[in-house]
Write a protein that binds this ligand. Structure first.
Ligand SMILES: N[C@@H](CCC(=O)N[C@@H](CS)C(=O)NCC(=O)O)C(=O)O
Length: 197
């Protein structure tokens, strides 16, 4: 299989962390691509031009980080041991991690507009969503999985990406429980190996 990614993409990082956590390194070749190259290899596998995208062993295509994570997680389970059904709690962590990335990514696009097209009110609104989500996560920090579930991986990648791309936001210093969880999870070799520089 081939995973198309770009090194600073938090969506792609989730998949790269999962590949390490599930020992799939010898099954998935990780290929760096330029998402702005509309004629490059990515355009052949993902018409949306987004990373991550996965080419499967039978030349199929699996798109979107959430779908790819589920696909690869299933790949590690044999037919005789199908694994447990994902519970609603885990699904909510997946949704909240991805939701924060979507909002944070929109805020990043907003900051990259030419000066005269920037809309600060909109960016503040997006940051408000992130801050309220972080408050919520702080209040339920004791329920965040410590093991590398898809939801926990997504959340950890989202929290690190926020600090990486929006360093002006004071995201974790006044949220000690969430901060402790993120620091501990961030020490996993899979997180260290995939950390953007
Ligand atoms: N919902 C998608 C979002 C992927 C996404 O937005 N990736 C960004 C990189 S962080 C991208 O490829 N942007 C390039 C573009 O949209 O042209 C997922 O979860 O995989």
């Amino acid at each position: 299989m081939k995973l198309y990614h770009s090194s600073n993409s938090p969506y792609a990082r989730k998949v790269r962390v999962l590949i390490i956590e599930r020992n799939l390194g010898d099954k998935v070749e990780v290929v760096a691509v330029d998402t702005s190259d509309t004629n490059g290899p990515l355009s052949k596998v993902n018409p949306l031009g987004k990373v991550p995208a996965l080419e499967t062993e039978d030349d199929g295509i699996v798109l979107d980080s959430l779908v790819i994570c589920e696909y690869l997680d299933g790949y590690t389970k044999s037919a005789s041991s199908p694994g447990k059904v994902m519970d609603i709690h885990e699904k909510c962590f997946i949704a909240i991690g991805n939701g924060m990335l979507d909002v944070g990514y929109a805020a990043r696009m907003e900051s990259q507009r030419p000066e005269n097209l920037k809309w600060q009110t909109w960016k503040d609104k997006l940051f408000g969503k992130i801050n309220r989500t972080l408050d919520y996560l702080e209040s339920i920090a004791h329920t965040i999985p410590s093991e590398a579930t898809i939801g926990a991986i997504g959340l950890a990648c989202a929290l690190e990406w926020l600090q990486f791309r929006h360093p002006d936001g004071d995201w974790l210093s006044h949220r000690p429980k969430l901060s402790k969880w993120a620091v501990t999870f961030g020490q996993r070799p899979s997180m260290v190996d995939t950390r953007p520089v």
